[in-house]
Design a protein around this ligand. Structure first.
Ligand code: SF4
Ligand code: FES
Length: 279
């Protein structure tokens, strides 16, 4: 379906650190069509109005997670958000403002500096950890559909960062691990092949972990892939509380991991562990 061409006004936040003291809004009147996404509108502006506009994008199909922007103050994927939902004849406000993702510093125009987000994803040890290696030939790493279903939803994240832009806690304190990193942590903790829960529990248990979340839930509302990071954080709170009780009984997984690590370090100090002082 397409409509007769008409113009629409798109305001875009500009910030070029070499020449701008602070971010400012630039307004563009561009031809509107029913099929145009926010990303298409930015492409039109760059190709026809101002080639200096900077913004991230890649796949155009809600897979790469690059095109996160604030659209009328709501975190959205530019390629999955359409101008038609904002025009007056469709019940919208008739105004579209596109800004860089909230809660991150602006690198340039619509490009947010997301280094902190990427570091947090790395911090939670996002890989299968094994205490013992088993032979693949013995089927050691096979999973049933039920075992896969335990973590699949949390593995659908495309690292777009929309949930960080939505999270008031991360906005107040960027030490908080945040929604996507905690959902990724659960993705591995709930995987039947993984044995690294004890290593991740200290992160989960900390104030910057699940206890930094006040369960606003907006992260799950804006997530374009249905990951539901708020549910992952709630599961994490249950696991953290369970670990606290186990700790009282001297059975904490986090504590066991810590003692094993300390033992290894002590052996290392004696030169007994054979790591050459690297562990
Ligand atoms: S959890 Fe959802 S909103 Fe957050 S980074 Fe992943 S895909 Fe994006
Ligand atoms: S361009 Fe890849 S998610 Fe939008």
């Amino acid at each position: 379906m397409s409509s007769a061409q008409e113009n629409i006004t798109v305001e875009v936040l500009r910030y070029r650190p070499e020449q701008d003291d602070k971010p400012w809004l630039q307004s563009f009147d561009i031809p509107y069509s029913y099929e145009m996404s926010i990303l298409d509108a930015l492409h039109y502006i760059k190709d026809n109005c101002d080639s200096s506009l900077s913004y991230r994008w890649s796949c155009r199909m809600a897979i790469c997670g690059s095109c996160g922007y604030m659209v009328n103050k709501v975190p959205k994927l530019g390629c999955k958000t359409f101008l038609r939902d904002y025009i007056k004849s469709n019940g919208g406000s008739g105004k579209i403002r596109v800004e860089a993702l909230a809660n991150f510093p602006i690198e340039r125009d619509l490009v947010a500096k997301i280094d902190d987000f990427v570091e947090k994803l790395e911090t939670i040890k996002p890989y299968i950890i094994r205490e013992t290696e088993e032979k693949l030939a013995d089927g050691a790493y096979q999973q049933t559909p039920e075992e896969m279903a335990r973590y699949k939803q949390f593995s659908m994240c495309i690292n777009c960062g929309l949930c960080y832009a939505a999270c008031p806690q991360y906005g107040l304190n960027n030490e908080f691990m945040g929604p996507a990193a905690l959902a990724l942590l659960q993705r591995y903790n709930r995987d039947s092949r993984d044995q690294g829960k004890g290593e991740r529990l200290p992160i989960l248990n900390s104030e910057e972990g699940v206890w930094g979340c006040t369960f606003v839930g907006y992260c799950s509302q804006v997530c374009p892939k249905g990951v539901d990071p708020a549910a992952a954080i709630n599961q994490g709170k249950v696991e953290s509380s369970t670990d606290y009780v186990l700790n009282l009984a001297g059975m904490s997984k986090a504590k066991q991991y810590k003692s094993a690590k300390q033992e290894k370090q002590a052996d290392c100090g004696k030169g007994d562990c054979g790591c050459g002082g690297k562990s």
